[in-house]
Structure formats: structure tokens, C-alpha cells
Ligand binder design. Structure first.
Ligand code: PRX
Length: 664
């Protein structure tokens, strides 16, 4: 129960937040601006006058084995090429360069295990381990161009694995640890991975989840997959298949310690990362080497105003998502940053663990998702208030729109009103941050990602005419190529063009988000326009969840929608028709949720399941999800005249209101 002082503190805080709601813009604090890397707004104008010159300067901050001849080859849109003819190596840029320039003893990661164990890993340590593991991969037959799967939790070996692949030119395909083994198998199959790196077991709030055993249950029979490397992290017993499975520590110990970084073409594939689209089949986003590293390195430096000698940076995402790829691994390491890496959840062993970590390592830059902030608001300001957060100087947000209340709480309770907030909009496809404040320049408005990063060109287009709207709501597009853009969908070129470059032509990238520009030109990203939902910053396709639900034996048909949710941004709601005369009960619900957990992962389980005798369909049999969304949000129903059987809607409305009454 809350004590009296906490209650009064809460009331007082509410009053203060209400006052802040009146503030329209937050200027960068003068002390921050004075010391910022970028403080002159002329940077925007310079970059927009000469974008290629701007990106050239960013690329020049990296190490290249040989310089490019052409900055941008735009002769065959949308297949753009950047820094054509240049060669470089991402792991060289992230490691060797720092060690050679005397930064080897700098901590790359303060790693903290869920059980409180701590490991400081320097740049020199990482370089040594990456070289050995790169050689071990070669010894196992991995060659330049071979795809390597990585299914690991937040342990240092995940970073070593990614960099070892980058070192030898083997594109990695990382799968978020929260995905099920079944989802991993599918992604390995689509990418024809030759080798998979996984773990014996993973920490899950005080218990250990077996990982290798689950992988074994599904991984047999994949012809391309020749080897499985197992990191011994928790000492969980697991079966090893002779000839296929090897332990990470054993092969690393046996490997040659010297592995020079390979000079790779700027357009050599760095990684594939599967993300959700409009259909059940995930899309393999392909990123390449030179442009990607240029994009993540420049944005990491300038958006976070990084001073690598003094800052301690923490991106509290998982490496399995693009945020982790770009802003835990490649951006920070290329800039020689010292980061924190936390193995566990935000509420274990207690709800103040994040703030304890910030105090412990004197974190100065924190980057996380609005969902986490909303959870902290719910848990109460007493948790952060127990800790000294005075080391923080900059806060970031990513993954979903941040509601003004969460923004202001973050600003006040975590940032002590002295830290600028960078609300960064971007996607797996864009590789790097696209719309964001520059913290020493931009006056922020809570809830707006503000303006495109220098050298990035965004517009909001009128949905019907396709004309740019200086003010008003429409479809967000990027109108010029940028270095870290996806190059294609792996093995699905037609889908690449169709998804992103068909609606407004081959030179205009369709983002898939609706957005609004206000009278001052600020961008406000509203949400997806396709059948993609965003649950706690996790991107999911409704079709993917539907196909998992119908895999349950009792289910005849399912339609999934995203419903607005106070805590998670959106929540998954499933309308389900059962086979024949079956009646759904609690155990059917649990069965369906279990099937989704097995097929995709626990994070994709529907929050609500609504039984439906029938679903609203057009005469041609297409499910009208728009109407289901109207019902779930309690809105007046849109046009129902095209329905085959309009009576279906009345029944569903009744079910939804019954369910809501039960929940209240
Ligand atoms: O809808 C936008 C939302 O997340 C989508 C991209 O998801 P994903 O590829 O998983 O990448 C997430 C991390 C970059 C976008 O299409 N989104 C991301 N950042 C923001 C956002 N929506 C509003 N504001 C943001 N800052």
C-alpha cells in the first residue's frame, strides 16, 4: 500500500505535470546547447542544399580500406547504391580502429547479468574474442556471403557473434530471444542459414528457460543448416548432436587468435533482419555495409550528442530488434562509446532496477521505448526517486508514438527537467533514425519527433492527390534515398518494389505510417496504415497472428486487430470463430494463446479473444477488419452496406460490450 507521503507526492506530481502540459515547446537548456556537438541550425540548410556532400563527410569519419568513386548510384531506382567502389569492414570500424588509436582499454560494455553478476568488456577484449570466433566460424565452414543465424539473449556473446560475422562478410540473421523456436526455424529456412548460434538457457526473471532444447525440437530437417554453435551461459543441460553441434567456448579456445578484417565492398550485405509486414510471411530486410554504418554512426553521434570519453550510454532495447542492431551494437561501437548492457527485464529483481543501474554506472544517455516509460509511471515515481539520476543528461524514445503525459513524466521525473528528450522516428527498413530532434538545436514538442535528420527528406502526402501537405494529415514518405536504407527484401525483389515503391513511384519510399504536420512544420507520427500492429514497441502483423491462431485445432477462422491500449500502445484483439458447434471457454482461450506463443512468441498472444459466430465479410468473402476496429474502439460503425450479412455486426457489438462489462 502507498504511504501517505507517496500519495501526496503523487498529487503534487500530477499538478506539476498538468502545468507542464501547458508548455508548447521545450527549448534545449542553455548549458546543454553550449556544449552540444551540433548547435548551429545552419546544419539543416547545408545538408539540404548538398545532401551528398553531407553524407560524404559522415562517411569520411569511418575507416575505409579504399575510398569510393561514386557517392550515390541512383541510375536504377529503387535499387540505390552508396559509396560505390569503396571497401571497408564494419568490425574493423567498431574495434580495430579504437584499439589501434589507443582506446583499447576503454570499456565497450558494462554488462550486468540478471543475477547481479558484472562484467566490464573493453574494446581490446572484444577485438580478441571476435577474432577468435571469426576464425572458429571459418573453421566450421562459414564463408563470405553465407547466412548465419543468431538466437541469443542479452549476453556479450551476441555482440561478439554479430561482429565476427561482419568481420568475415557472413550476413547475420538475428532473431529476437522472445520469438519462439518455431519462428526461428522459419527465419532460418527463409534465409537459408548455414549455421545457427544459440544458447543453452536464458534468464527469465529468476528462472532459466531452456533454449537449445526448444531449438532441437523444431530445427531438424532444414537442409541448409549444417552447424549449431551453443553458448554455455547458464549451465543448462542440453543434448548435443554429434557432427552438428559444438560449444562456443571450446571452438573459441581452439581457434587462431589472429583474424584480419576482410575488406568488403560498401554494398556487401551486413545483415538480414526479419520484420512484420501486411502478410503472414515476415519480410527479410537487407542492410549493406558502407551506407548503413555511415547512417548509424552519424545519427548515433549527433542525435545522442555523444562524447565518447565521458558519456555512459544505455539503449535499453534488445539486440534482436533493429534498435539493438543500430544503437546497441553498430552505432555505439563505431563511435567508441561506453555502453551498459542489461540482461534482464525492467521489473526484476525489482521495479527500480533500471534506476539502480543508471546510478551504478553513472549513465548519462538513456534510450528506451514509451511502453517502458508508461510501465514505470504505473509502478510509481517512488522507484526512480530512490536513486541518484543526476548523471543523466539526455533521454531518448523510440518504437512508437510517445503520448505527451509519458513524455512529460520522463522529462520531469527521470530527466529532472534538465535533459533534452529525443523522440526518434525510424524503422527496421530505414536502418537509422530519420525524424528526430537534434538535442542542442531543436525546440521539442511532447509527442512530436520534430524534423528529419540532416540529409533526410520526408514529406506528408495527401492520401488522395499524392501532393505534399505543408500542414495537415496524410501519408508519411521519404522522398530521396539515404545511405542506411534497406536495399531489398531478401529473395523477394518484387515484394520490395510493391511494398515501398509502387504507390508514389520508384523514387518515393512509402513508410507505411500516417503522420501530420502542424503549423510550424513539425512531424507527428500517428501510426501504421497497414495491417501492422505495435504492441509495446514490438512490430507484429495481424495476418501472422491470425495464421498462428487458426493453427489451433478448434479454430475455424480468426480476424486480428490492434486496439488502443493505455499500457502497451496497442493490444492484440482476436475475433475467433470455432469449428462446428464448439463453444469457447477459458481453456480454449488458454489453448489459443499457447498456440500463438509456440508459433510466434509470448509477446504476440492476444490480450482479448472474442468469440464470433461469423465475421463481417464482403460478398467476395474478404474480412472487413475496419469494422472490427470500429467495434473494439467503441466508435460508430463505418459503412456496412457492402457486408454479405450486416446482422453479424449486431451480435459482435453485443459480445464486445459484454466482455468489456466483465473486465470493468
Ligand atoms: O509505426 C512506426 C513506429 O514503429 C514502426 C517501425 O517499427 P520497427 O521496424 O519495429 O522499428 C522500431 C524501432 C525503430 C514505424 O513504422 N515508430 C517507431 N518509432 C516511432 C514510431 N512511431 C512514432 N514515433 C516514433 N518515435
Amino acid at each position: 500500500m502507498a504511504t501517505e507521503s507517496e500519495i501526496s507526492d503523487g498529487d503534487q506530481l500530477d499538478r506539476e505535470l498538468a502545468e507542464l502540459l501547458e508548455v508548447e515547446r521545450f527549448e534545449p537548456p542553455p548549458e546543454f546547447r553550449e556544449r552540444a556537438l551540433l548547435k548551429d541550425p545552419a546544419v539543416y540548410e547545408q545538408a539540404s542544399r548538398d545532401p551528398l556532400g553531407w553524407w560524404t563527410r559522415q562517411a569520411e569519419d569511418l575507416h575505409w580500406f579504399s575510398r569510393w568513386d561514386t557517392v550515390l548510384d541512383d541510375s536504377d531506382p529503387p535499387f540505390y547504391k552508396w559509396f560505390v567502389g569503396g571497401t571497408l569492414n564494419v568490425s574493423y570500424n567498431c574495434l580495430d580502429r579504437h584499439v589501434e588509436e589507443g582506446r583499447g582499454e576503454r570499456v565497450a560494455f558494462h554488462w550486468r547479468g540478471e543475477d547481479g553478476q558484472e562484467r566490464d568488456i573493453t574494446y581490446a577484449d572484444l577485438l580478441a574474442e571476435v577474432q577468435r570466433f571469426a576464425n572458429a566460424l571459418k573453421d566450421l565452414g562459414v564463408r563470405k556471403g553465407d547466412v548465419v543465424g543468431i538466437y541469443l539473449p542479452m549476453i556479450p556473446e551476441v555482440v561478439v557473434s554479430m561482429l565476427a560475422c561482419a568481420r568475415i562478410g557472413a550476413p547475420h540473421n538475428v532473431v529476437f530471444g522472445g520469438f519462439s523456436a518455431e519462428a526461428v526455424r522459419e527465419r532460418m529456412e527463409f534465409s537459408q542459414a548455414k549455421l545457427l548460434i544459440t544458447v543453452d538457457g536464458a534468464a527469465r526473471k529468476g528462472t532459466t528457460a531452456p533454449v537449445k532444447d526448444r531449438v532441437d525440437e523444431v530445427m531438424g530437417g532444414l537442409p541448409s543448416l549444417e552447424k549449431i554453435v551453443v553458448v554455455r551461459s547458464k549451465g543448462t543441460a542440453c543434448e548435443m548432436q554429434q557432427g552438428r553441434d559444438v560449444f562456443y567456448d571450446e571452438i573459441v579456445a581452439a581457434a587462431d587468435p589472429h583474424c584480419p578484417a576482410e575488406a568488403l565492398d560498401a554494398e556487401h550485405p551486413l545483415y538480414i533482419l526479419y520484420t512484420s509486414g501486411s502478410t503472414a510471411k515476415p519480410k527479410g530486410i537487407l542492410h549493406t555495409t558502407g551506407g548503413y554504418l555511415t547512417g548509424v554512426s552519424a545519427t548515433h553521434r549527433y542525435v545522442f550528442d555523444l562524447k565518447p570519453e565521458t558519456d555512459v550510454y544505455w539503449c535499453a532495447a534488445d539486440v534482436g530488434w533493429v534498435t539493438g542492431h543500430s544503437y546497441i551494437v553498430y552505432g555505439p561501437l563505431s563511435n567508441g562509446a561506453t555502453s551498459v548492457m542489461w540482461e534482464g527485464a525492467p521489473d526484476y529483481p525489482h521495479k527500480g532496477i533500471w534506476w539502480e543501474i543508471i546510478e551504478r554506472y553513472r549513465v548519462s544517455i538513456l534510450y528506451c521505448a514509451p511502453t517502458a516509460i508508461r510501465a514505470c509511471i504505473k509502478w510509481g515515481s517512488q522507484w526512480p526517486r530512490k536513486h541518484d539520476l543526476s548523471s543523466l543528461r539526455l533521454l531518448g524514445s523510440v518504437g512508437e508514438p510517445i503520448n505527451p503525459k509519458a513524455w512529460l513524466w520522463y522529462h520531469k521525473v527521470i530527466g529532472g527537467e534538465r535533459c533534452p528528450i529525443v523522440d526518434t522516428w525510424w524503422q527496421t527498413e530505414t536502418g537509422a533514425i530519420m525524424i528526430t530532434p537534434l538535442p542542442g538545436i531543436t525546440a521539442t514538442k511532447p509527442g512530436s519527433a520534430t524534423f528529419p535528420f540532416p540529409g533526410v527528406f520526408a514529406e506528408v502526402l495527401d492520401e488522395s492527390t499524392g501532393e505534399p501537405l505543408p500542414e495537415g494529415q496524410g501519408l508519411l514518405v521519404l522522398t530521396r534515398p539515404w545511405p542506411s536504407m534497406l536495399r531489398t527484401l531478401y529473395k523477394e525483389e518484387d515484394r520490395f518494389i510493391e511494398t515501398y515503391f509502387s504507390r508514389f513511384g520508384r523514387e518515393t519510399y512509402l513508410v507505411g505510417d500516417a503522420a501530420r504536420r502542424d503549423k510550424d512544420g513539425y512531424f507527428w507520427v500517428i501510426g501504421r496504415i497497414d495491417d501492422v500492429v505495435n504492441v509495446s514497441g514490438h512490430r507484429l502483423s495481424t495476418a501472422e497472428v491470425e495464421s498462428a491462431i487458426v493453427a489451433h485445432v478448434d479454430v475455424a477462422e480468426a480476424a486480428v486487430i490492434g486496439q488502443h491500449d493505455e499500457d502497451t500502445g496497442q493490444a492484440i484483439v482476436a475475433f475467433v470463430t470455432l469449428q462446428g458447434t464448439l463453444e469457447g471457454d477459458e481453456s480454449t482461450i488458454e489453448g489459443i494463446r499457447g498456440t500463438v506463443a509456440d508459433r510466434i512468441g509470448k509477446f504476440a498472444r492476444p490480450k482479448r479473444i472474442i468469440w464470433a459466430d461469423d465475421l463481417p465479410k464482403t460478398r467476395s468473402g474478404k474480412i472487413m477488419r475496419r469494422l472490427l476496429r470500429d467495434i473494439a474502439e467503441g466508435r460508430a460503425l463505418g459503412d456496412v452496406t457492402t457486408l454479405r450479412d450486416p446482422a453479424v455486426m449486431g451480435e459482435l457489438e453485443q459480445r464486445v460490450s459484454e466482455l468489456q462489462a466483465q473486465e470493468d
